[in-house]
Design a protein around this ligand. Structure first.
Ligand SMILES: NC(=O)c1ccc[n+]([C@@H]2O[C@H](COP(=O)([O-])OP(=O)(O)OC[C@H]3O[C@@H](n4cnc5c(N)ncnc54)[C@H](O)[C@@H]3O)[C@@H](O)[C@H]2O)c1
Length: 253
């Protein structure tokens, strides 16, 4: 099959939500010829999104904070294809509170879902890529919150900054294996995660967005998926340890 990632084997975590970045990314990879596995803590969501995508996509249950969960998913993929070429660490939650309300339990949950999951994915994903010996591409879905500070995003931002820097260090370590590691930093993208932040009045919502986004609109999941597709493909064969901001100019100001 022709395509920008034709024949490659890809795993996208946190891909079970309808209209999420994981679903959009899995779709673009599948459209460009990859064998795609969508995983999510929500098994029904992962299976439903895989069915919607078609192209032979497979949905699996997977708590990305569980080492045993990672081992099971990677064993399944290696059993099916003998290798993993593309890993997109996308699973995440946003636990946003003022500092006085950020309990240790909430902080640890934030770090577990966004950062520990990425660590496990990178450690076990690199092992799988090394076993196959074909190199690979790891894309960590960070956030503009991993680069700049915003009120109530200290813990979320710390987890996303952790992913960003972890990936840079790993990129150096795995360069000799042909395994590239990069991060994508979405701004305000229209998904279930950002739905609660929207103003009920569309005019007020547009005013708020225009005030902070030079391109004057929220991003769509496809805006992120297209960037991930590039990084996952051989078109990005000289790109590693890099960070890609996709935010309509929000952080350029
Ligand atoms: N939407 C945005 O504006 C935005 C901006 C910056 C970064 N991001 C990041 O993009 C990623 C995707 O976000 P989204 O907007 O599609 O959100 P979403 O809420 O639609 O999707 C997140 C998915 O992660 C899954 N998930 C949660 N905990 C999990 C776990 N332990 N194991 C496996 N899956 C788990 C959820 O079930 C859900 O399907 C997240 O990492 C998020 O932090 C989103």
């Amino acid at each position: 099959m022709a395509g920008r990632v034709a024949g490659k084997v890809a795993l996208v975590t946190g891909a079970g939500s309808s209209g999420g970045l994981g679903q959009a990314t899995a779709l673009r990879l599948a459209q460009e010829g990859a064998h795609v596995y969508l995983t999510d803590i929500d098994r029904g969501g992962a299976e439903a999104r895989a069915t919607e995508i078609g192209h032979g996509a497979i949905g699996l249950a997977h708590d990305a904070t569980s080492e045993a969960g990672w081992q099971a998913v990677l064993a399944r993929i290696e059993q099916d294809h003998g290798r993993l070429d593309i890993l997109v660490n996308n699973a995440g939650v946003a636990i946003l509170h003022l500092i006085e309300d950020m309990t240790l339990e909430l902080f640890e949950r934030q770090m577990a879902v966004n950062m520990t999951s990425g660590f496990l994915g990178m450690r076990l994903g690199v092992e799988a890529m090394r076993r196959a010996g074909n190199g690979g591409s790891i894309v960590n879905i960070s956030s503009v919150g991993g680069i700049i500070g915003l009120a109530r995003t200290h813990a979320y931002g710390a987890s996303k900054a952790g992913l960003r820097v972890f990936g840079k260090g790993l990129a150096i370590e795995t360069a000799a294996d042909g395994i590239r590691v990069n991060s994508v930093h979405p701004g305000m993208i229209r998904t279930q995660m950002t739905a609660p932040l929207a103003a009920p009045d569309p005019v007020e919502q547009q005013r708020r967005v225009s005030a902070v986004v030079p391109l004057g609109r929220m991003g769509e999941p496809e805006d992120i998926a297209n960037c991930v597709l590039f990084l996952a493909s051989d078109e990005a064969s000289y790109v590693t340890g890099a960070e890609f901001v996709v935010d309509g100019g929000m952080t350029a100001q």
